[in-house]
Ligand binder design. Structure first.
Ligand code: NAP
Length: 311
């Protein structure tokens, strides 16, 4: 049995290993996604103890939510699950912008409810800040939805430190979602300490750096998708990253586990991190990431990993 954890100050209690779903229905972000593999990933996850699912309107302009809604209905396990989604993006012919106006956020939550085939959403994030709406007013709209029972917790994503403080002036924000990984530790400067002090749960995106921290790549790997454009995968930086991953591989080997599980288990030792949402696109990846729950790192291993990635 997995020990469940509470997400920050919310009443959401989940398996610490959740799932990210931008590759489940996120056709506008990633080419050639297989929807059946995505459906199977969600089905497998729900039937094997994952109860925290992270999605967003942005992922396929609602398609990810629709696929999740379909499988949640099929399994009949809605009440066992904690579903998080995100609103604010607006798509026009000119591309994507964001709107945090209270009326827009409320309308988008209604649309997400329909796609997810549910009458409440456990955690709603404002996906990105807009330029005009006072931050506390935007969060106030979500607080009203919480009071009405339509949502259970309030999150922000991609807000700067100053914007988070402004948005959280009434203490209504429960969760912050931002990029954090062993290869990008900038959140350690301000965001993670603020989250720990203010009892916000920090939920990281990009924890596996698009698969780089699973140990599945080597110096000959070729990238013809968005990975090819990311600095982590280029030239000397890529070679250095691979060398660090090899050091994790040794630790993983000694513990009888995989690189990804050591990396994910390390995140769960951080103060403000209660849960992880590695992105998945098929059931095999779900199964592999779930093994993180079997990994317990010693304080010596935690420090060693810290050191490997600080250099
Ligand atoms: P990630 O978790 O670092 O990488 C996920 C990718 O790694 C998967 O799509 C898969 O890609 C590969 N992978 C995962 N598990 C694996 C395993 N066990 N073995 C081998 N490969 C594996 O990055 P992310 O998915 O972008 O971030 C996590 C989640 O955060 C997302 O799914 C999404 O829900 C959320 N997110 C939020 C924001 C935001 O603005 N708030 C931004 C980005 C993401 P391949 O199979 O293609 O290699």
């Amino acid at each position: 049995m997995t020990n469940k954890v509470q997400i920050g100050k919310t009443d959401l209690v989940v398996n610490p290993v959740g799932m990210g779903t931008n590759k489940i229905g996120g056709h506008n972000l990633f080419p050639n996604l297989d929807e059946d593999a995505g459906r199977e990933a969600v089905r497998f996850a729900i039937n094997h103890g994952i109860d925290f699912i992270d999605t967003a309107y942005l992922y396929g302009k609602g398609r990810s939510e629709e696929l999740i809604g379909e499988i949640v209905e099929e399994t009949g396990k809605r009440s066992d699950l904690v579903i998080a989604t995100k609103v604010s993006p607006v798509f026009t012919d000119d591309g994507m912008s964001n709107n945090n106006a209270p009326s827009y956020l409320k309308q988008e939550v209604e649309n997400s409810l329909k796609r997810l085939k549910t009458d409440y959403i456990d955690l709603i994030y404002i996906h990105y800040p807009d330029e005009d709406t006072p931050k506390a007013e935007a969060v106030g709209a979500l607080k009203e939805l919480k009071d009405e029972g339509k949502i259970r917790a309030i999150g922000l994503s991609n807000f700067s430190m100053e914007q988070i403080k402004e948005a959280n002036q009434d203490g209504y924000v429960d969760v912050y979602q931002g990029e954090y990984s062993l290869l990008n530790r900038s959140a350690e400067k301000e965001l993670l300490p603020y989250a720990a002090e203010s009892n916000l749960s920090f939920i990281q995106y990009f924890p596996l750096v698009a698969g780089l921290l699973t140990g599945k790549y080597n110096k000959d790997s070729q990238f013809n998708d968005m990975r090819g454009g990311l600095p982590y995968f280029q030239g000397e930086a890529f070679a250095n990253n691979l060398e660090k991953v090899e050091q994790i591989r040794k630790i993983a080997y000694e513990k009888g586990t995989e690189v990804a599980n050591v990396v994910l288990a390390w995140y769960l030792t951080r103060d403000a991190i209660d849960v992880i949402i590695p992105g998945v696109k098929n059931a095999e990846q779900v199964q592999s990431n779930l093994k993180t729950n079997d990994v317990s790192l010693t304080s010596n291993e935690i420090e060693t990993i810290d050191r490997i990635f600080k250099r």
